[in-house]
Ligand binder design. Structure first.
Ligand code: 5RP
Length: 260
């Protein structure tokens, strides 16, 4: 792994704690103007100071985020489906690595859908993205997207996460589940968890805490932050868990205090 790849990885997973708080705002690439992301810059401008990376699409990056914004970017490079389409998550490659370089990204993110009829397409695309990104020393975050029909249990998430790692992903983004340590234990690269659907803040903080406790290196959280009743308070609470060893109770206290 050359200097550039290591440097980019260290901009995602912070060497000081070995953890990362990735703020995910890429949802529009298949959900459209989802609640909380109607105006992307409005949604993130007060969150950026507390996040380690911003995960988004090239369209939002170019059109909504001021280029002087000082935060490592993880670029969503898969897409091509929508929540009203027949084959949600049967995604393909949506960016060249030359464009990722032009955008000065720290990493790229690609979804695979293990277990869906088109799993082969997405897994082979991931392997291709790993090679293409590797040419430029750009790490790949593999997203184990979960189709409605698929469970989010340790058995499934261990399978999907390991397949992503076997095909060259540098970081795997999956979901927290019971026996999560089994998912971490059999995945040879760092794992971060998505937050998933909006939960009560305390529950989301507990989930993040449990994930860290069972071996995740961090979160790639979106809705549980930008759909929170107070997103800046919530991201600071999540950050306390990710980087300052806070308990859910301590983090929730921070949320309550920052809300005022
Ligand atoms: C959306 C994504 C998001 O990056 C990922 O799901 C994290 O966001 P959230 O915490 O809202 O689930 O891949 O497709």
């Amino acid at each position: 792994m050359d200097w550039g790849m290591k440097n980019r990885l260290s901009r995602i997973i912070k060497p000081t704690t070995g953890h990362t708080l990735m703020l995910a705002v890429d949802h529009g690439y298949f959900m459209g103007p989802t609640t909380g992301l109607e105006r992307p810059w409005e949604a993130v401008k007060d969150l950026v100071p507390h996040a380690d990376t911003l995960m988004l699409t090239k369209g939002v990056l170019r059109n909504c985020i001021p280029p002087e914004t000082d935060i490592p970017i993880v670029l969503r490079v898969s897409g091509g489906t929508s929540i009203i389409g027949k084959e949600l998550l049967h995604e393909g490659i949506t960016s060249s690595m030359e464009d990722a370089v032009r955008l000065n990204v720290a990493g790229v993110a690609y979804s695979i859908t293990v277990g869906m009829p088109w799993e082969r397409d997405t897994i082979l695309d991931l392997a291709q993205i790993v090679d293409m990104a590797g040419e430029y020393g750009i790490p790949v975050v593999a997203v184990t997207a979960v189709g409605k029909e698929l469970g989010k249990d340790a058995k499934y998430l261990s399978l999907a996460s390991r397949i992503a790692a076997e095909h060259g992903a540098h970081i795997v983004k999956t979901y927290y589940c019971e026996d999560f340590e089994k998912v971490v234990d059999t995945c040879p690269v760092p794992i971060v968890i998505a937050g998933g659907k909006k939960l009560p803040e305390k529950d989301a903080l507990t989930m993040a805490y449990n994930a860290l406790q069972t071996g995740a290196v961090g979160v790639d959280m979106g809705r549980n932050i930008f759909q929170s009743e107070n997103p800046p308070a919530m991201i600071q609470a999540v950050k306390a868990i990710v980087h300052n060893k806070a308990t859910p109770e301590e983090a929730y206290q921070i949320f309550q205090e920052k809300k005022k």
